[in-house]
Design a protein around this ligand. Sequence first.
Ligand SMILES: Cc1ncccc1N[C@@H](C)c1cnc2ccsc2c1
Length: 117
Amino acid sequence: LVSCTKRTKTPKSELAVCRYVLLLAELEAHQDAWPFLRPVKLKSVPGYKKIIKKPMDFFTIKEKLINNMYLNQENFVIDVNLVFDNCQKFNEDDSEIGRAGHRMKRFFDKRWTELLH
Ligand SMILES: Cc1ncccc1N[C@@H](C)c1cnc2ccsc2c1
């Protein structure tokens, strides 16, 4: 990740990781990110562990990024979308967290397409 800042020629995959790190930083800085910044505490949210088979959050995604666990861009997008899909599954659309999830998904989809072109 050091190569993000240095003006060295980096392999394509390194540039891709930089793109994800930057995009993830934007997601975390978003005003509606608060429900998604850390893993949902399964003991303090009744029903969550049973209903949501694959919990995911922005902090976990960042750790996976830094430990180079995303072999291709698909897996990164799959985890980000998992955050929003879990949110839609567990939360009413017309709820604080539900609305935050829809806004975050719209923001991500927009930035992702912008970054691709
Ligand atoms: C994303 C999500 N889905 C379903 C339940 C929780 C959460 N987020 C956690 C952090 C959380 C956990 N507890 C509270 C209490 C008020 S908002 C909030 C948010």
